[in-house]
Design a protein around this ligand. Sequence first.
Ligand SMILES: [Zn+2]
Length: 300
Amino acid sequence: MTVNNPHDIILEGDDLLEKMSGLDDKLYNRVIRYLAENSKDGKVSITNEQLSGIEDILYDEIKQTDYEKNLKKYLQLFDAIEAAISLEQVALNGLKAAAIRELWNGDPLKQVLKNKVIYDLGKDGLKRYFVDGIAQAVRETSYFNLDIKSAMDVLKTKLIDDQYTKQYLKNAAMGSLAEYDGAIQDKVRVTYGFHTMVYITNTIETSRPVCTHIKDKLGGRISDTDLQKVLDEYCPGGIPNKTDYVPAKRKVKHKDGSVEFKDVMVPKGSGMVQNTFLENWSQQCGGHANGCRHRALWTV
Ligand SMILES: [Zn+2]
């Protein structure tokens, strides 16, 4: 592993999730083979006994890919980012790396955040939520005695067209490294009584209103008092502002593959996470979906 700053580690995590997303074709092909093996007169016909083994068949298919290898790498990034944050705090705030390790190791949130990812992306969570969703669709094709062609269509829509794996990984893990980073930053703020927030990002066309406001209008380095004022305006009482509109850009992908940024009006709180407060700002500042990849650090 060559990455050594938190930002790059977050990007590497996104890359790994992207690699792990490439399961749809494989699972679809396996399911189609399974349906073909279990059909009668051109219709899906699977006994309950056979159906009970479908989860294992699908999980075995996942095991034959690089998924587990990439997952292992992904989980290692949590340790890597913690180490990188420690070094960053040495440089930014003159703290001792060991002090960061100690305060974060003593926080139960550390295990909560890690365990959620380990569960959702590991064998147990995959079988319970991810594989089960596909198995359920297969069961229904048998229950409704669909002809093979219709069954294939149903599963193609679910797996390929709707990007089943990508959606699962997005819901389960996208932004989890950034949240882990943010949770440490919030802990540092409380522990050392820091009052200045440093917003690290290069805003992009699709950055959310709150990001462009803090970075481009306020210069990216503001006091906690000023951050509270921003939140009162963009996310009052922890609820994203949906009534006041500001200009923004929306990315539009055309059918020929070209990309255009359209001028639109969006609510001030668009893209913000419910229950965002000053106290959890570093963790909840969100925006992972639109690619801004900002980070919120604290200093004196
Ligand atoms: Zn942002």
